[in-house]
Design a protein around this ligand. Structure first.
Ligand code: GAP
Length: 510
């Protein structure tokens, strides 16, 4: 049985050491989590698979790692200083704070209609558009919200609402010893901008021709108003992003290819069932987007929610970060909406030799959340299986490549020094292979040890017993120098010679 709610996953993560609230002994820090011994392995495995697929297995990709501290101008010209904000509102009575568009979404259609007609908004059900219209006239909005009797979901009564206001989601920090208006930088809210501003560097040092892309994985920070649902919406997260640069006109086909490629990747490599994934076509587009399609995953409790966004960002990014924009032949949308850049020292263009022209490349961006990927992998793999004896075992059926531990070596009897010694020797042998994460455990009986490894998603358990040592109770010696290998998913066991064990393990976890 799959996990019927997210709490099952949260509790498994805590029980087995995948993910914990950060700074827990001091009461935690909202929207911030730490990855424990199993969690960090799972996360690294997911990232490794992503990097392999998107960088090593392609001819047209380069990797990069850019800084987390970001010059404010990068985020000014990207549009984040002005536009990376959520609308907020407070109820003075209950002291509750809401995302304004979500508050409007949770009202009755009659309340929305009253507000829409007061602010001349055509579609009352477009609660995001309605929120923006009210945000434009905050003083009038405060009066209108009271007149329309907008309910606070906290107490079910009309609220004493403040003016709605925009709240920027970026974290600021001071750089250097002097705190003044010029001495701050931002913690990056996405990994993307580091790739745009390094476009020329990568182009120069790799001699790439279009189309080519840059990949980056790393931390991003967003001061989310309501972090929630475990690691689904956090303030410190990790992203895996690609900026794929193409000639204008080649963007739409490239976008479509990336959508299909990444949809397949989540299914084939991460093991998510196709029926638990959906494509969502955005109808309301961000200022930079020509087209955006999200890959949604069906998380327990939450339903279908965004796992990855794939946007056709046109020439917005390289155009916005360039000097002398008027000379670049930018698309109409970018020319109209991009801020005049007074600080960049570069024109982020590409010399299109066959056509003897300088162009600003278009960008296709697949952007996925690592934490949401880890959560999806855990949700998909979680299974409660009722055994013949009525016992329920929790098993994480992770693809072996994602499993935090590949092999657990377990002695059948921990009070038999020879069995313990042999088990440790085998663990060392597996460990010396260098790339197979293995553990030794003798802290419980064998049944309990198997259950523990099932919950950790370990595909193979190796057991050393009397037969291994040639001390079989029936006096036979056929099984000397062999071990039992137990498979997580089927619980089937087979006997494997120690000399063949490493090759056998490699074959099983490929
Ligand atoms: N560069 C484009 C960009 O950052 P986004 O849709 O805002 O686009 C990309 O973010 C992905 O990052 C999302 O699909 C999601 O998986 C993840 N993500 C965004 N905000 C997040 C948050 N607060 N917590 C966890 N993951 C988040």
């Amino acid at each position: 049985m799959a996990a019927e709610n997210l709490d099952k996953i949260v509790s498994l993560c805590k029980r087995r050491g995948f993910i914990f609230p950060s700074s827990e002994i001091y009461g935690g820090l909202q929207g911030v989590f730490d990855y424990g011994p199993l969690g960090v392995e799972l996360k690294n495995n997911l990232k490794r698979l992503w990097w392999k697929h998107n960088v090593y297995e392609r001819d047209d990709m380069e990797g990069i790692e850019t800084a987390l501290l970001t010059n404010r101008y990068v985020l000014r010209y990207s549009g984040h200083e002005k536009g990376f904000a959520d609308p907020l509102i407070d109820n003075r009575t209950t002291k509750k704070r809401y995302r304004f568009d979500h508050l409007l979404r949770d009202q009755t259609p009659e309340v929305r209609l009253a507000l829409a007609s007061a602010f001349e908004v055509g579609d009352a059900e477009d609660y995001e558009g309605l929120a923006l219209a009210l945000l434009d006239e905050p003083v009038r909005a405060e009066t209108a919200l009271k007149a329309a009797k907008v309910i606070d979901p906290e107490d079910g009564k009309p609220g004493d609402w403040t003016e709605p206001r925009a709240f920027n989601l970026m974290f600021k920090t001071q750089v250097g010893p002097v705190a003044d208006a010029e001495s701050f930088a931002y913690l990056r809210p996405e990994t993307a901008q580091g790739m745009f501003v390094n476009f020329k560097n990568v182009l120069t040092f790799t001699n790439r021709k279009l189309p080519f892309g840059i990949a980056q994985m790393g931390k991003s920070f967003r001061n989310e108003i309501t972090p929630r649902n475990f690691v689904f919406r956090v303030r410190e997260m990790e992203q895996m992003e690609i900026e794929y640069f193409v000639l204008p006109g080649e963007d739409e086909a490239a976008h479509e290819e990336w959508i299909q490629d990444h949809l397949n990747w989540w299914v084939e490599k991460v093991g998510l069932k196709r029926e638990n994934l959906q494509l969502f076509e955005h109808t309301k587009l961000s200022h930079y987007s020509k087209r955006t399609v999200d890959i949604l995953y069906k998380y327990p409790t939450l339903g279908f929610e965004e796992l990855e966004g794939l946007a056709n960002r046109s020439d917005w990014d390289l155009g916005s970060h360039s000097k002398e924009q008027d000379s670049l032949g930018l698309s109409a949308n970018t020319a109209k909406k991009a801020m005049k850049n007074e600080h960049s020292t570069e024109k982020l263009t590409y010399f299109d030799q066959p056509n003897n022209r300088h162009v600003v490349p278009y960008v296709v961006e697949p952007a996925a959340g690592v934490d949401r990927g880890v959560l999806a992998a855990l949700c998909e793999a979680y299974d409660e299986e009722t055994l013949e004896n009525g016992e329920v075992r929790v098993v994480l059926r992770l693809p072996p490549a994602l499993a935090p531990i590949k092999v657990a070596v377990l002695p059948l009897a921990k009070n038999k020094p020879e069995i313990v010694a042999k088990s440790k020797e085998i663990k060392k042998m597996i460990q010396s292979s260098g790339d197979v994460r293995s553990v030794y455990d003798d802290t419980a009986g064998i049944g309990k040890l198997y259950r523990r490894q099932d919950e950790a998603g370990t595909p193979l358990c190796v057991t050393v017993d009397y037969d291994t040592l040639g001390q079989s109770r029936d006096g036979g010696t056929d099984l000397v120098d062999t071990v039992t290998v137990r498979h997580r998913d089927t619980m089937q066991q087979e006997r494997v010679a120690i000399t063949d064990l490493l090759a056998y393990i490699r074959e099983q976890i490929r």
